[in-house]
Design a binder for this molecule. Structure first.
Ligand code: NI
Length: 179
């Protein structure tokens, strides 16, 4: 178990493009993935990208059985994905609330593709491919953005939909979140 320090918005490392992984099935890569899962679990997140713990590699983890941070979201299989790529299946876009462990206590309404196809590799170098929609698709797009140095506020169309969870809850805007 190794929970790593989580970088927050303002740290320049979060705005850099991460490098592709070129060697698979190694001890350091396994350790990185374990640290990502441990850090994500400790914070109750549903996804985490390596740059958020200061590692500039194209590695993300995601997974959720149920999360207090997202009480109405369906489960996402526990997955480590290396060098991920995604494409939208059609033009449908949904705007919905999103959060990020690098912006603790905040939420914003972010437009994302509703349906995507994504692919990448597991730690063992085996190819992973999926077609997903809704929350799973949103999490994947959010984590892939981290690998290109993009945080969710940079995707927002209207910053009036950005704020502190506590205020948004008091205003009745985050009805699905526990107060
Ligand atoms: Ni994030």
């Amino acid at each position: 178990m190794a929970e790593r320090r989580l970088l927050r918005m303002g740290n320049p490392l979060l705005f850099r493009r991460a490098d592709a992984v070129t060697v698979f099935d190694t001890e350091p890569l396994e350790q990185l993935i374990q640290d990502l899962f441990d850090t994500m679990a400790a914070r109750g997140g549903v996804g985490l990208a390596a740059p958020q713990i200061g590692v500039e590699l194209r590695v993300i983890v995601l997974g959720m059985v149920s999360a207090a941070r997202y009480p109405n979201a369906p489960p996402i299989p526990r997955t480590a994905l290396i060098n991920p790529q995604l494409e939208s299946i059609d033009d449908a876009i949904d705007e919905d609330w999103e959060g990020c462990l690098s912006l603790p206590g905040m939420r914003g309404r972010v437009p994302r593709f509703r349906r995507i196809h994504y692919a990448g590799y597991g730690a063992d170098g085996k190819r992973i491919e999926r077609e997903v929609d809704d929350f799973h698709a949103r999490v994947l797009q959010h984590e892939c953005d981290h690998l290109d140095g993009t945080l969710y506020p940079q995707r927002m169309r209207d910053l009036s939909g950005f704020g502190f969870e506590e205020e948004l809850s008091l205003a009745g805007k985050l009805a699905d979140l526990p107060c």
